[in-house]
Ligand binder design. Structure first.
Ligand SMILES: Nc1ncnc2c1ncn2[C@@H]1O[C@H](COP(=O)(O)OP(=O)(O)O)[C@@H](O)[C@H]1O
Ligand SMILES: [Mg+2]
Length: 234
């Protein structure tokens, strides 16, 4: 479904991605794990068209999308829940969710999808009239994810959904991610929280200073000595 090949991205002299390759198949939950500054966000931004590569290609359903605009990429069904959430603080929860569907033509189906999102995050239904800026960090994360899902994406990109959240909230967010996956969603999950990510993923890649240093099934990575030492505190 998504195939990233030999991607190089720089910010001026800083080489953020040094030729990374990976793929995501339909229905998979793939995680990209790595510490702060490894290049995870850059990778997602490049897929979304917010950043342009010096070299390499991104193929999506056998189409080269490497040089398309963010608008064109969203239109093809790739939606991102950004690091730091970026919800609209002065709008209500409901209004934030509806914003996520703004590019859609099938307005009637939007109502059904709102129900689907409320079923995954019942709390968002209870808070639908509340101003988004007054939600807790974890609730805002749910909203950011819900908003990304409102575009009915074929591929959902999640940038560090667990960042800065209390363990109980992390549990909730991760079980919601699992639910989306179980209902047929395809997800690329970027995380520093390797333990949690490998718990729910099918496969994973470990990224270090702009290169992928390891890849395998989540089960393999969990028991890999290097991963354990560097990312699981083993
Ligand atoms: N806008 C930017 N300008 C310059 N350097 C950047 C910018 N964004 C990220 N970087 C650098 O690129 C590298 C990768 O960053 P990033 O993709 O944000 O990593 P991660 O998401 O894994 O923490 C880091 O060295 C970071 O400092
Ligand atoms: Mg990041």
């Amino acid at each position: 479904m998504l195939k990233v090949d030999n991607l190089h991205v720089s910010y001026g002299n800083i080489k953020a991605l040094k030729g990374i390759s990976f793929h995501v198949e339909q229905g998979e939950l793939v995680t990209l794990i790595g510490s702060n500054g490894a290049g995870k966000t850059t990778c997602l931004h490049t897929i979304s068209g917010l950043q342009h590569p010096l070299k390499g290609t991104i193929n999506y359903f056998d189409e080269d999308i490497t040089h398309l605009s963010p608008y064109e990429i969203v239109k093809r069904g790739i939606s991102q829940s950004p690091e730091g959430r970026h919800i609209f603080p002065s709008l209500s929860v409901y209004e934030n969710l509806i914003m996520g569907a703004s590019q859609r033509k099938d307005k009637k189906a939007v109502k059904d999808d709102l129900e689907y999102i409320y079923s995954i995050f019942p709390l968002l239904r209870d808070r639908s009239k509340q101003t988004a800026g007054t939600l807790s960090g974890g609730e805002q994360q749910m909203l950011a994810m819900g908003r990304a899902l409102m575009s009915k994406p074929k591929l959902l990109l999640l940038d560090e959904p667990s960042l800065g959240l209390a363990p109980i909230m992390v549990e909730k967010i991760f079980s919601a991610i699992q639910k989306v996956r179980q209902e047929g969603g395809t997800i690329l999950l970027v995380e520093q929280n390797a333990r949690q990510a490998l718990e729910i993923a099918d496969r994973g890649y470990v990224i270090e200073t702009g290169s992928i240093i390891l890849e395998g099934s989540a089960a393999e990575l969990k028991t890999n000595a290097e991963v354990e030492k560097a990312y699981l505190g083993g």
